[in-house]
Design a protein. Structure first.
Length: 134
């Protein structure tokens, strides 16, 4: 398998695994939902898993290359966004829902544990995919 394909497969597998685990996590509180597979927010962060897999697989395959450096910057942006703006937007949505009886989505961002677990899944999935494809 070519390096580009390995990077894409690693990132997609990390996303799929984290979204599946997220659905299992919510299974105790809610019934299984196909819609939940595509939702953002919650444990683990699928965005963090995806970019962590991207960085890790690129680093394994190319070392400290320009591509790896660029993907690491993207990784930092995604982490900051998940724990910053998107999380605050969810908190604001919860307040609006409470006072105005609306149904805005509240589970938008992540806390640090959700982001770190997502990143760990991404790293693990990329290592597994690289090993399986070599």
């Amino acid at each position: 398998m070519e390096q580009g394909a390995i990077v894409i497969v690693s990132s997609l597998v990390a996303y799929i695994v984290s979204q599946f685990l997220k659905n299992l996590y919510f299974l105790g509180n809610r019934e299984f939902s196909i819609k939940r597979i595509f939702d953002s927010g919650g444990l683990p962060s699928s965005h963090s898993a995806t970019v962590a897999a991207l960085v890790t697989s690129l680093y394994i395959l190319t070392g400290l290359s320009t591509e790896t450096a660029v993907s690491f910057v993207l990784f930092l942006v995604v982490f900051a966004d998940a724990m910053g703006i998107r999380r605050r937007a969810g908190i604001i949505a919860a307040t609006v829902n409470r006072f105005h009886r609306t149904k805005l989505p509240e589970n938008l961002g992540h806390n640090i544990a959700e982001v770190v677990l997502g990143a760990a899944i991404g790293v693990a999935m990329s290592i597994i995919i690289v090993i399986l494809t070599k």
